[in-house]
Write a protein that binds this ligand. Sequence first.
Ligand code: SF4
Length: 353
Amino acid sequence: MSKNSTDFQQLARDIKTLGESLGFQQVGITDTDLSEAEQQLSKWLGAGLHGEMGYMQKHGSKRTRPNELHAGTVRVISCRMDYLPEPMQRTNELMEDPVRAYISRYALGRDYHKVIRKKLQKLADLIEQKIGPFGYRAFVDSAPVMEKALAEKAGLGWIGKHSNVLNKQAGSWFFLGELYTSLALPIDDPAEEHCGDCTDCIDICPTQAIIAPYTVDARRCISYLTIELRGSIPIEFRPLMGNRIYGCDDCQQVCPWNRFASLTDEGDFKPRQNLDTIDLFNVFQWTEKTFLTKTEGSAIRRIGYESWIRNIAIALGNAPKNRLILSLLESRQNDSNPVIREHILWAIDQQAA
Ligand code: SF4
């Protein structure tokens, strides 16, 4: 079938069916008008709420104008895929166990960039089999793409007050990926907002990072502090981080719409290396080599060993006072890495106080 004779209505239906057959829970299509999101982003950046995430600013209008990032783009095929690996009750228990290491649920399995990118590529190949070569480029949270605003426009869910995308039938535990394309497909209706009067995520946030509905001050967010920020974590936030050593799911955990979340059936998102059960005592003793081995193929690896031990030291400082923890911290108080050393000394003070 040549593209001139393509029935785009039928093709859009086929793309959704193909996407679901590849393991995506939902596929939506939108145009490339992100003018509203562009204004919001510019306000957010202007207020400096992105902290040290300079890459948010770096690409100028490429982020909000898909055609500038990939020439010829007129539509975006937005796909979502559930990742919750175990019941939320279990997540609650872990969050409340101060000697366990809490790792954001999205990072327990194989690196989602790889998994989703592969599926998007397969989707593009299947479309190509139907209509011949066409213009596209796949993205998974690694290029300047407004993935949440695009998902909302494509009807996959609305952006909640915590700034994640959530869906009435599926909650918010899902990844997003996009195919930018030159195919003039019919577009879907945007999702409607259903937060209403709820403020649960704003109220629960340990560091009060949601400074107004729909506005997150990244500089206060535990995900930013543990994953994006290099070097020293501001002291005011350390006691509030509890046992969260990589990311934080509190705002999703409390959201009433996540009662409807389903567990993932993607094997690649199941926990690896017992990352869902490890205790702080154990993980603090990993050498850099162990860290690199245990996080092979995982998104965690990109924060590097220094930030990993830094985060664990804070969690150990926040754990109930315990002689064994204190001795363990003291055994590394002369660590040659100044960032690690500074956080260990802080943790020792907490334990010894
Ligand atoms: S917790 Fe409430 S306010 Fe926050 S995203 Fe969920 S529904 Fe919206």
